[in-house]
Design a binder for this molecule. Structure first.
Ligand code: PLP
Length: 404
């Protein structure tokens, strides 16, 4: 008999940087998960906006199996067919001409920031090194990306942070005008803040950032790690705004659950990432690329993307009904299947208390900061699973209210 791990093994063997829920899911299919006891859950967490086609989608399983029996990994000493197909497919769907493949969102952003610095360095000189990003933003956990991110708790206590980084207020162009000058290298921004609380950018804000970057010959970087690959209802969220970045990063939904990231840019900027300037052993791994290609081709279709908007409306209706009953939310917002419900003043800081109650009721959800309940389900979640999952979530919130 093989040994069955328990939650207490986590505390015994794993580094203590996470605090996972008590249940251990062992199997998933579509938008349902089952734990070690065989209890079933509806998954509105989606592996934090990663499982864009739910669990074990047949299209992804097929791509994984076929590639798994063909070729996994070569390193970048050789190129491979799935990586080339994926890069071409991303170029054809976006503003970009060139793609750098890697294995995570943080790594894609690290590449974006290094490319921006290097391009500007070569073109304008080393004094033009300032990077502007936004308070509450999240760009990953490498040391450069936590420093650019706007949540100091993630960069404190690790020694001196890289220089030249400034933080402005999200959706506030005046705060950017106060910082930007001819020594600004780049602005990095999420078209909708994810970890920062599901806050969509205003049209005026993104258009204004593009203008300011153009005025000061700075690069505009969109971090679409969370918002990209169908999550917003378009292939990338920038497509809602008609504002084109110079560099864009993708990960999460891109692999549908297989670790992969990508940085996209233009023919003008890409040459600064010359031979030897940057790299990644796993970047463009054949297995990861094959799964991502299948995910991209399946997601970027009118059926899936139009379905995202329809499902958004359904989630919103359910959340509004809960709110009519209990008044627990101050605002319900988001785009596509990245939906946030901000807690009302009476429930300030209590979003996380919903999660264990929701698990008891058989539904998995997320938070985005202490005040926002976040839902990031599969883009193809059946409507009946939305109804059932929201009924369960409503029961969890009934219990939160009873306890208060
Ligand atoms: C999740 C996330 C990242 C980091 O991605 P990892 O794959 O965890 O490195 C970066 N930016 C945004 C906007 C994210 O949501």
């Amino acid at each position: 008999m093989s040994y069955t791990p328990t939650r207490s093994d986590f505390d015994q063997y794993m580094a203590p940087n996470y605090s996972p829920q008590q249940v251990i899911p062992v199997r998933g299919k579509g938008s349902r998960l089952w734990d070690q006891e065989g209890r079933e859950y509806i998954d509105f967490a989606g592996g934090i906006a990663v499982n864009a086609l739910g669990h074990c989608h047949p299209v992804l399983v097929e791509a994984l199996k076929t590639q798994g029996e063909t070729l996994w990994h070569l390193s970048n000493v050789y190129t491979n067919e799935p990586a080339l197909k994926l890069a071409k497919s991303l170029v054809e769907r976006t503003f970009a001409d060139k793609v750098f493949l890697c294995s995570s969102g943080g790594e894609a952003n690290e590449a974006a920031l290094k490319l921006a610095r290097r391009y500007i360095y070569e073109k304008h000189g080393e004094q033009k090194d300032k990077i502007i990003s936004f308070r509450q933003s999240f760009h990953g956990r490498t040391f450069f990306t936590v420093s650019v991110g706007g949540q100091p708790k993630y960069s404190q206590g690790f020694g001196p942070v890289p220089g030249g980084i400034q933080h402005a207020e999200y959706n506030d162009l005046d705060s950017v005008r106060a910082l930007i000058d001819d020594n600004t290298c780049a602005i990095m921004v999420e078209p909708m803040q994810g970890e920062g609380g599901i806050v969509p950018a205003t049209q005026e804000f993104l258009s204004g950032l593009r203008e300011l970057c153009d005025q000061h010959q700075a690069l505009l970087i969109f971090d679409e790690v969370q918002t990209g690959v169908g999550r917003s209802g378009k292939f990338f969220a920038y497509m809602h705004y008609g504002v084109t970045p110079d560099i864009l990063t993708s990960a999460k939904s891109l692999g549908g659950g297989f670790p992969i990231g990508a940085m996209l840019t233009t023919d003008k900027i890409a040459p600064s990432l010359a031979i030897g300037t940057h790299g990644s052993t796993y970047g463009g791994n054949a297995l990861a690329s094959a799964v991502a290609l299948a995910a991209v081709e399946h997601i970027d279709t009118p059926e899936v993307l139009e379905g995202v908007q329809k499902r958004h409306d359904l989630f919103r209706e359910h959340l509004e009904a809960i709110n009519e009953k209990h008044g627990v939310f101050k605002e319900i917002r988001g785009m596509g299947l990245l939906v946030g419900a901000q807690m009302s003043d009476a429930y300030e800081g209590r979003a996380k208390d919903i999660l264990p109650l929701a698990i008891e009721e058989g539904v998995m959800a997320l938070i985005a900061g202490p005040n926002v309940l976040r839902l990031a389900p599969s883009l193809v979640i059946p409507e009946s699973d939305i109804d059932e999952g929201m009924t369960r979530l409503a029961r969890a919130i009934d219990r939160l209210v009873e306890k208060a």
